[in-house]
Design a binder for this molecule. Sequence first.
Ligand code: PLP
Length: 410
Amino acid sequence: MATINDNYRKLPGSYLFAEIGRRVEAYKKAHPEADIIRLGIGDVTQPLPAVCIEAMHKAVDEMAHKETFHGYGPEQGYPFLTQAILKNNYESKGIHFGLDEIFVSDGSKSDTGNIQELFGPHDTVAITDPVYPVYLDTNVMAGRTGELQKDGHFEGVTYLPCNAENGFAPSLPDHRVDMLYLCCPNNPTGTTLSREELTKWVHYAKENDTVILFDAAYAAYISEPDVPTTIYEIPGAKDVAIEFRSFSKTAGFTGTRCGYTIIPKGVTGRAADGSRVPYNQLWMRRHTTKFNGTAYIVQRGAAAIYTPEGQKQVKELVGYYMENARIIREGLKAAGLKAYGGVNAPYIWLKTPNNMPSWDFFDKLLQDVHIVGTPGAGFGPCGEGYFRLTSFGDREDTKRAVERFQNLKF
Ligand code: PLP
């Protein structure tokens, strides 16, 4: 008889956004007249930059002719895209990688979820709390954790709390771990790590032979000069860190799908025979075995953001969402709520009034002012008592939502 991977059964059944959807649907059914504004799910609302559309139209036309048709491409990505990424995002900062150290993919969710396959089954894992749930869930599926405890923690995982008390800058673990996930700017808190903070993490990784899995999906939103846009700005990071990036929030590719991962050849792990093996080599093997490349048309669209006109359009797009973030931040403050993030990230993380549990606050917002957000508890035990709003909405909806916050009684 076939058996199942029992690790999957350790995962709690109800997915965060499914539960939100269920509650919103139930409310709408009971109150069909309610004008509900969604500031919850992290999807973008504005169209792709015009340069991407033009490039993709052109690429579609190429597919119509035998001479310019493209079939399977290189699994690691076309050099026209990988070269443009390296030149614009890294070489411009004096950071150099070979073309065999970058891997184009269909997005960061897959890459941040799949990377754990390269590590030993008993390697230990640390995550910040709260954080994007993919890191933890994929390690649960792989059997690197015990059971889910009553307090919301998985046995065997090192959680690094991030809260208002520590300024959302987690402390280093008090023991060594093998793999360490950092998300910067962080989803859901919208907060970042300064150069000094990040340097501490790179030192920890070097001293402890730890690999940092650095998710920089929101790097394009960083505006403060003291916040590195890539971990490789920190000396030594090329020996200990793998970095993930995405076109989703940078250029509206959530539905178009494109991302990439940098795996420097200096990042190695110990093999059973005691030798050191580059993770790059393993990822290359994995990528070429399990992935057949991102669509040519999509890669052409992604590469277009690195033209001068593309850079201008992406800046405008990010600026649009960051203006929404400012409106939300200031509106919450005016309503007497404490809010964090929203300066280097499209997420605003608010403290629920009177320590209200985050799902109760969700219900209150929905019922009293018809706004949908995301309960902090859905991102980890330390998210309890907090609530996430996103600036990915439409400007008018964002303004209307903020006005409604002024009417909230708590
Ligand atoms: N990483 C973080 C921190 C995210 O918040 C998200 C999406 O919300 C992703 C990765 C996934 O991005 P992609 O659309 O490239 O799969």
